[in-house]
Ligand binder design. Structure first.
Ligand SMILES: Nc1nc2c(ncn2[C@@H]2O[C@H](COP(=O)(O)OP(=O)(O)O)[C@@H](O)[C@H]2O)c(=O)[nH]1
Ligand SMILES: [Mg+2]
Length: 250
């Protein structure tokens, strides 16, 4: 049996987390040879998010620093200190279908990294506003052009990595530009990137991403990584990234 770590970044995501908690296809994954465990990396939520994680017996750690990028990097660092064969990350706002985890991990091996592609998948009603729709297409096109690498949906929050692939990533993003940087670093390290079409639904709760500000940050990250493929020192010291010692549950 291979082990799979499922990483969920959360910031005040009680509605989304409680919805997806019951939908993670634990049995189906086991039937496909994967033994899953679930890791919630929280940004100090003030609602019931942490309680829901604990009730569901998920591993809960507190992120270092602030922002989704910092949270994912905390989660990756924790993951790399553990024994596992692959990692899947997805947003906890119930926009992504946890059932699609099966489709992503099925392609690992042939690929080092697999993304869930919303733009070539099924966008459900009210899942993505017009600005975000065009912004996501434009940023993905810019990424393909700058890096000569096929990527259908740069800003997707659904990614799967082999442990080896994850260990090669060099990241210093603090916020929503993290996925763009994951793409740039994967390309730089010669990782094979595959994709599967997925569905995308209306989120539960409030969005944290601001379309224009964060779109600008993502574009800037693509340009900076094209010129400087390796990140300069991060704003948060790698040693300070959480390993879950103080805030862990379970
Ligand atoms: N731990 C943590 N999670 C965050 C933070 N900001 C956003 N998230 C989570 O990242 C995911 C994506 O955020 P969301 O607002 O839906 O942005 P979008 O999907 O890119 O529009 C959700 O699960 C959020 O709860 C943060 O600062 N810390
Ligand atoms: Mg979202």
């Amino acid at each position: 049996m291979k082990s799979l770590l499922i990483l969920l970044p959360t910031l005040n995501e009680e509605g989304g987390l409680s919805k997806i908690a019951t939908r993670i296809p634990i049995e189906n994954l086991r039937e496909h040879g994967w033994n899953p465990s679930i890791l919630v990396v929280d940004g100090d939520s003030k609602d019931k998010t942490k309680q829901i994680a604990i009730e569901n017996r998920f591993k809960l750690i507190q992120q270092a620093g602030k922002g989704k990028g910092a949270a994912l990097r905390s989660g990756f660092k924790y993951a790399l200190s553990q024994k596992f064969d692959a990692l899947v990350m997805l947003d906890a706002d119930a926009t992504y279908d946890p059932g699609d985890i099966i489709k992503l991990v099925a392609k690992l091996g042939k690929f080092d990294v697999v993304i869930g592609d919303r733009l070539n998948g099924e966008l459900k009603d009210e899942s993505m506003g017009v600005v975000n729709f065009f912004g996501n297409h434009a940023l993905s096109w810019i990424a393909r052009t700058l890096f000569s690498e096929d990527i259908g949906d740069l800003c997707t929050g659904y990614w799967a990595f082999t442990k080896k692939a994850l260990s090669t990533l060099e990241l210093n993003s603090m916020s929503f530009e993290i996925e763009a940087e994951m793409f740039c670093s994967s390309t730089k390290n010669g990782l094979r990137i595959g994709s599967v079409p997925i569905s995308y639904s209306k989120r539960e709760g409030e969005a944290k991403l601001g379309s224009l500000t964060d779109g600008g940050r993502i574009l800037r990250k693509l340009l900076v990584r094209r010129l400087f493929p390796t990140p300069a020192e991060s704003k948060i010291n790698n040693d300070k990234l959480a390993l879950g010692s103080d805030n862990e549950s379970q």
